[in-house]
Design a protein around this ligand. Structure first.
Ligand code: ADP
Ligand code: MG
Length: 246
């Protein structure tokens, strides 16, 4: 049994604004095991991004507990958010500068990671010279630069066109699996959730709570495109679609 490294217990989060209160999540309970890949799907505005902020400890819960002691987190967002005036190399080194761990050894490690995943020839290019897919790949390498325990992915593919999205999903899956990272992915794309995750959580409309949790049964098949060809893929799709819309 893998150990649980992140745990939400009856978590509630209330936003207070001048217009009043918004309960974004309530009675939210789940846990994430080391090395596990969880995908979270839910209607838009239900509290998914809030869930990630709670996970990372950026927002303290209004009630309940988030146990994330000693974990380090890396964020990947919808937009790649690479700085246009920095080369790819300078972009992927940025977290090292921010965390003040910009040593030759760490730079070398990050550079090797970039080379391993096909970015060698782009290290001295600027983001605008790369395709959307390549930029997301660079953004993932940057997220991995500080070697975080858990990756928090907030709809990282949703700004890409369909073809690019399939390719980037392949890349990201391969990188996360082979680097043995633990990941929490937010997506509103059911197919994406099924093709990537070990487990899928289906959230309710706001306030978000876990309505269903499923362990997917693709055995050793972790490659997203291969999964899409599996017999049980469409059954999962229909089931999750019903649960999400029911
Ligand atoms: N900083 C904030 N202040 C007030 N309300 C917020 C804030 N952030 C999010 N909300 C509200 O909380 C709800 C959940 O937001 P969010 O977690 O971003 O949803 P999702 O990512 O699922 O679209 C929404 O109704 C949103 O308007
Ligand atoms: Mg969001």
């Amino acid at each position: 049994m893998k150990k649980e490294i992140l745990r939400f217990r009856d978590v509630k989060l209330v936003y207070h604004t001048l217009r009043g209160e918004t309960i974004a999540v309530e009675n939210l309970t789940f846990s994430l095991k080391e090395g596990e890949f969880i995908a979270v799907i839910g209607p838009s505005g239900c509290g998914k991004t809030t869930l990630l902020s709670l996970a990372a400890g950026l927002l303290p819960p209004s009630d309940g507990e988030v146990l994330n002691d000693g974990l380090s987190f890396g964020y990947m967002l919808q937009k790649d958010e690479l700085f246009p005036w920095r080369t790819i190399e300078k972009n992927i080194f940025l977290p090292l500068e921010i965390k003040k761990i910009n040593t030759a050894e760490n730079r070398e490690r990050v550079k090797l990671l970039a080379e391993k995943y096909g970015l060698s020839e782009f290290l001295h290019s600027y983001p605008s010279q790369l395709s959307g897919g390549m930029r997301q790949r660079a953004a993932l390498i940057r997220t991995l630069a500080t070697n975080p325990d858990v990756l928090l992915l907030d709809e990282p593919f949703s700004a890409l066109d369909y073809q690019t999205r399939l390719n980037v999903t392949e890349d990201v899956s391969q990188i996360i699996r082979s680097e043995r990272k633990t990941a929490l992915l937010i997506t509103h794309d059911i197919s994406e959730a099924i093709s990537l995750a070990d487990r899928v959580l289906v959230l309710s409309a706001r306030p978000a709570t876990v309505r269903f949790a499923h362990e997917l049964d693709f055995g050793d098949v972790v490659n997203p495109l291969k999964r899409r060809e599996e017999r049980n893929f469409s059954a999962w799709f229909e089931r999750l679609w019903r649960e999400l819309n029911g």
